[in-house]
Design a protein. Structure first.
Length: 164
């Protein structure tokens, strides 16, 4: 079974959204084809933004979803009710769930979840603007961690678009 993980920004600017969506879909379909019809397992923490978009597309492509939950109070980290509702729907569709041993959503919990995904996938898709992480466990940190371990990383972003 091929395993694809995701790391990415919670806020994807409107100017980049369709490009990111199309690139994630193309990458997941390519992974399915490369497996010659074999199964695909998608790893995501289901954070708002890139993680949820990736999970939606992966499930639509027929992948099995493994959810990596950073902490016991992870649901409290969702700012918008719609994002939390989407998290719950996607979590309910997951094949597997992995829980990090953190009671609270901290940068360390996010780093642990991101490194778990990087350690357990064959390739990592990074919805990333190339900027340094804004906090420990951010996208830039997970990309660096994966690359240091020789994990293939595909960066997905629309050139010229900046996050606010």
């Amino acid at each position: 079974m091929k395993r694809i993980g995701v790391t990415g920004h919670r806020d994807i600017p409107e100017a980049a959204y369709e490009h990111v969506r199309a690139a994630l879909e193309a990458a997941l379909k390519a992974a399915l084809c490369a497996g010659h019809g074999g199964a695909l397992e998608a790893y995501s923490s289901l954070a708002a933004g890139a993680d949820q978009l990736f999970a939606d597309i992966a499930l639509d492509c027929g992948a099995e979803l493994t959810v990596v939950i950073p902490s016991g109070d992870y649901e409290d980290a969702f700012e918008a009710p719609a994002e939390l509702a989407r998290y719950r729907v996607l979590r309910g569709r997951a094949t597997r769930e992995v829980r990090m041993e953190f009671a609270h959503s901290t940068d360390e919990a996010y780093m642990a979840a991101g490194t778990y995904i990087a350690d357990h996938c064959d390739a990592l898709l990074a919805v990333w603007d190339g900027e340094p992480a804004r906090g420990l466990g951010g996208t830039g940190d997970i990309v660096r961690y994966a690359r240091e371990r020789g994990r293939p990383v595909t960066v997905i972003w629309r050139a010229g678009v900046r996050r606010s």
